[in-house]
Design a protein around this ligand. Structure first.
Ligand code: ATP
Ligand code: MG
Length: 511
């Protein structure tokens, strides 16, 4: 057989080798076909077993009876052991003349095999094992055989590598699959063309969808639940609330999905049932509203009594200041209660007086309110505003919302920083025009774990950076209530230690 012919056969074997990533397929292929390129009566793959400190011999061809045993051979046994230790190839013309040192328990010579060819199977600098060919006379091996055998070993090594990468990927897939299948959160992933790439089992109890009937198809065609369409159509990464078809409420996180190389794949939505939390929040709100209403009366009485006591006098030098303290505390409590009642009113929709208001001068007024505090802290205030932006709202409420945001910016930014308010036009969810306002600062930022809670009533971040800063934790709750009452939305982005941005959007009045 010419060397050219053998190379042609070798290439056929290599192609066959890569048809499947399963090791048994490699061994089957070699056993069936290696003999067409390197003549042999016996063929074995010897693979290192690092744990046991030796190698195993897998006979692929010949010696059905009397093959080397299925034990671990030590590296100083037999020719494959030498190849594995030294990384070199070996040719032996007559095994019987070698006194058994190169044989495997003497079984090769006993089977009449005389010529032996062993080549290393390498991965980089490491030797994974050896490929052993043996033949009965008249077979003798020469350099041509060596060359082909080495190429075959290189092909096998590449195939083994592909196989382990494939196995790792398959393991990862099945782990991920198990996690996705068992979570109670619904996960839906779309590719950039809007096809459903993945929908886990939880989409059934949550959205009433059958995961296997929607996978691989365009979401718009197979699902006719408008809020879900809107969520993906807006495609804005972040957290929002999604009403579920059966009246429950889910928290929806929309995240862009990219490959490890940063190429966009699509977008995934993760839905979590938060009905219970929403109900608790409603109970808390009802409770706060009732209590604050009932507190109003007694607080007024306390303030009035303090005034009376002060006027009555007692001769004690501290009397006057004590009465004043009571008065101030009562005043503070009254303000708190007013804030709470305001939130309650706005939430209940009782606060319905609306007129066309130009936001631009309103922002100017809000800036004026925080200006002196900013100056004392040496904080630069910047504004980037359009000519005008008319919305339908109550002036004082919107001004309050803006003041709360600017006040936080100044309060939570160390001296020498900057607070910026910018307004620009944007298209809101349903295509109507809206005005987007961003209040950003270069301050202490908000830790990621606190971010989802900063709009809750009385929530304050508690850490070293905020310890000296006082407040009640109501400012953002009020702001959010106001913004939502006027059909807008607000979200926060922050990097701890670098700064915070509150972004809100309010629908423009239709002219
Ligand atoms: P107040 O009711 O007087 O406004 P407050 O400022 O503590 O009190 P919120 O305005 O509701 O309450 O803010 C809630 C919490 O969010 C704050 O306590 C603070 O920890 C954090 N926070 C709000 N704005 C910022 C900001 N711009 N930078 C850093 N942290 C902020
Ligand atoms: Mg505040």
């Amino acid at each position: 057989m010419s060397q050219a012919e053998r190379l042609r056969r070798l290439s056929e074997i290599l192609v066959e080798l890569f048809r499947s990533p399963v090791p048994t397929h490699f061994f089957q292929t070699l056993g069936d076909r290696a003999g067409t390129a390197v003549l042999s009566d016996y063929l074995a793959v010897c693979l290192q077993d690092l744990e046991k400190g030796g190698y195993l011999v897998h006979s692929l061809l010949g010696l059905e009876a009397g093959a080397p045993s299925q034990r671990v051979f030590s590296p100083d046994e037999g020719l494959p052991g030498r190849t594995i230790s030294t990384g070199k190839s070996y040719l032996v013309d007559d095994l019987a003349a070698e006194d058994g040192v190169h044989d495997l328990e003497g079984v090769l010579a006993a089977a009449g095999l005389r010529a032996v060819l062993v080549v290393p199977i390498r991965r980089g600098l490491e030797v994974l094992g050896a490929l052993l060919f043996a033949g009965r006379p008249p077979i003798v091996y020469g350099d041509d055989d060596l060359q082909i055998a080495q190429l075959l070993a290189a092909g096998l090594s590449a195939a083994l590598e592909t196989s382990s990468a494939y196995q790792a990927a398959a393991d990862e897939r099945s782990t991920l699959g198990a996690v996705l299948a068992s979570t109670a959160d619904a996960v839906i992933m779309l590719n950039q063309a809007g096809l459903v790439l993945l929908a886990n089992a939880a989409v059934r109890p949550m959205l009433g969808l059958a995961p296997d009937t929607i996978t691989g198809r365009p979401l718009l065609e197979v699902v006719d639940y408008a809020p879900l369409h809107d969520l993906f159509a807006a495609g804005r990464p972040g957290i929002s609330e999604l009403p579920l078809p059966d009246g429950r409420i889910a928290q929806a996180s929309l995240v862009p999905v990219t490959t490890p190389f940063g190429e966009p794949v699509g977008v995934a939505a993760i839905l979590r049932d938060i009905t219970l939390l929403k109900n608790l929040e409603q109970m808390k709100n009802d409770f706060v509203n009732t209590v604050s209403h009932d507190l109003k009366g007694p607080i007024t009485v306390i303030a009035g009594l303090a005034d009376l006591m002060r006027m009555a006098g007692s001769g004690d030098a501290n009397h006057e200041t004590r009465c004043q303290d009571i008065r101030d505390t009562a005043q503070h409590m009254a303000e708190l209660v007013t804030d709470l009642l305001d939130i309650g009113k706005i939430e209940a929709g009782l606060d319905s007086a609306r007129e066309p208001v130009d936001l631009v001068p309103l922002i100017g007024e809000a800036l004026g309110m925080v200006k002196s505090r900013a100056e004392t802290k040496n904080i630069e205030l910047r504004a980037d505003l359009p000519e005008e932006a008319i919305i339908l709202a109550a002036r004082s409420r919107v001004r309050q919302a803006l003041i709360n945001l600017l006040d936080n910016g100044v309060k939570y930014t160390p001296a020498g920083g900057r607070v910026t308010i910018a307004a620009a036009f944007s298209a809101s969810g349903d295509g109507a025009k809206a005005v987007a306002i961003r209040v950003s600062d270069t301050g202490i930022g908000i830790p990621a774990r606190d971010l989802p809670h900063v709009f809750d009533k009385f929530y304050r971040v508690k850490n070293k950076a905020t310890r000296e800063i006082s407040g009640t934790g109501l400012g953002l709750a009020i702001t959010k209530t106001i913004v939502e009452a006027y059909g807008g939305q607000i979200r926060v982005e922050s990097i701890e230690g670098a700064g915070t941005t509150f972004a809100l959007e309010l629908p423009l009045a239709r002219s």
